[in-house]
Design a binder for this molecule. Sequence first.
Ligand code: IMP
Length: 204
Amino acid sequence: MARPLLLGTRSQGKLRELRPLFEAAGFVVADLHLAGIPREPGEDAIEVGATFAENALAKARYYHRLSGQAVVADDSGLEVAALAGAPGIHSKRWCQDGTLDAHALDRANNALLLRRLHGATDRSARFVCAAAYVDADDEFVELGECAGAILTETRGDGGFGYDPLFFSNELGRTFSEADALSKERVSHRGRACAKLIARIPSRR
Ligand code: IMP
């Protein structure tokens, strides 16, 4: 039986990764645009938690309340060892320029990351993702991580966010150089969502 699922994110980068993952698992996937859920000013106040897990659950609950549908939402980010785990849950708007579109924001965040790591010897980092599922009867969160290092210059054209600077230890290349399936196999989001999918009851 078809299982409808709403992806609670406005990030095109995340949608490109989440949609095939959940479709391959048999879900009939809608995004916020398709579900006719316009951006509300209130959305900016959803992510006030102190952890990825709190924020992922808050987003999934919010869109479940609005839609009445089963929802998956993720909260994710980059933790850099030499920066004591920053930018962490602040990864999306780390450069603090609210005027930029998604691509310009990614470029500004990457430029800031290079500046902050200038001269650093320890360039190790990890991506972390909390993926949350909420429906009328259930809610749960799963975590995924992947380890790597921040390069001194960008490499590759694919992906989004910090992908061009993040060298995956497991893939031996940046996430921007990797094809979608390779990134999904080792990425924080791929791992968190695989665990989430295994927990979603099949009757839904
Ligand atoms: P969120 O929408 O609050 O979860 O913020 C996620 C932010 O973390 C994104 O805007 C990116 O800056 C960064 N991020 C999360 N996952 C990835 C990824 O897979 N690749 C690159 N950057 C990511």
